[in-house]
Design a protein around this ligand. Structure first.
Ligand code: NI
Ligand code: MN
Length: 226
């Protein structure tokens, strides 16, 4: 699988020729000013919750790519009010088959108000199962015991987890989350974008390596093979 990082919690995973884009927040992010969103291609866009730092460019990129947007019911209703029609509404615990494999929506401990203040349902995350393997994106969340259910069902090759602390897990809890989902490779997201989530990257990498795990922190715009 190939993962390209676009800053904050926005990343694209490619497998079997399918491109899945998560939580697009690029144009408002000064750290991602080198990313040209007009060049981003996607076959499916997935949103973890309604906060602006996860949905800011969703409408523009869905319109540009024609990709369906997967989200919870309330976020899907909001996207409909923004004029999108190619929407896939799910909710926690539900899974759905796509041409490339399966997507299951997982829970998250967080909040989910939309940018206009309307209700954004409950925040979530996703397990995506491709033919070549599965990965887990937790979305914004605290560490939760429910993560332990995931490896009962899926062999997780890698997890994409927030490490910025303050609004979500920090590196220490994200290391424990990696243990809960039984993976040794984590891509860290949701850090350094805003002052309360500025971290020391070397310390975060060391926190993971103490438990024998690898924390990948691709540069914005960088693609890594996992
Ligand atoms: Ni959030
Ligand atoms: Mn967030």
């Amino acid at each position: 699988m190939k993962l390209t990082y676009f800053g904050h919690s926005c990343f694209l995973v490619e497998s079997g020729g399918q491109k899945l884009l998560f939580d697009p927040f690029i144009t408002p992010n000064p750290l991602a000013k080198g990313v040209d969103i007009s060049k981003i291609q996607a076959d499916l866009i997935l949103l973890s919750h309604g906060h602006v730092d996860h949905v800011a460019d969703a409408v523009a990129l869905a319109s540009q790519t024609g990709a369906p947007v997967v989200s919870n019911w309330e976020v899907s209703e909001w996207l409909g009010r923004q004029g999108l029609t190619n929407l896939v509404a799910m909710n926690h615990g539900g899974s759905r088959s796509f041409g490339f494999g399966r997507v299951k929506m997982t829970g998250a401990i967080h909040s989910s108000t939309m940018p206009d203040g309307s209700a954004g349902g409950n925040p979530g995350g996703y397990v995506v199962e491709f033919a070549e393997g599965a990965f887990y994106y937790s979305g914004d969340t605290a560490l939760t015991m429910d993560m332990k259910l995931i490896p009962e069902e899926f062999a997780i090759r890698f997890a994409v987890l927030p490490i910025g602390d303050n609004f979500t897990m920090g590196a220490s809890d994200a290391t424990r989350a990696a243990g809960f989902v039984d993976t040794s490779i984590v891509v860290g997201v949701h850090y350094n974008t805003f002052p309360p989530i500025v971290i020391n990257k070397e310390e975060a990498v060391a926190t993971f390596s103490k438990s024998g795990r690898t924390l990948l922190l691709p540069a914005i715009g960088e693609t890594v093979e996992i």
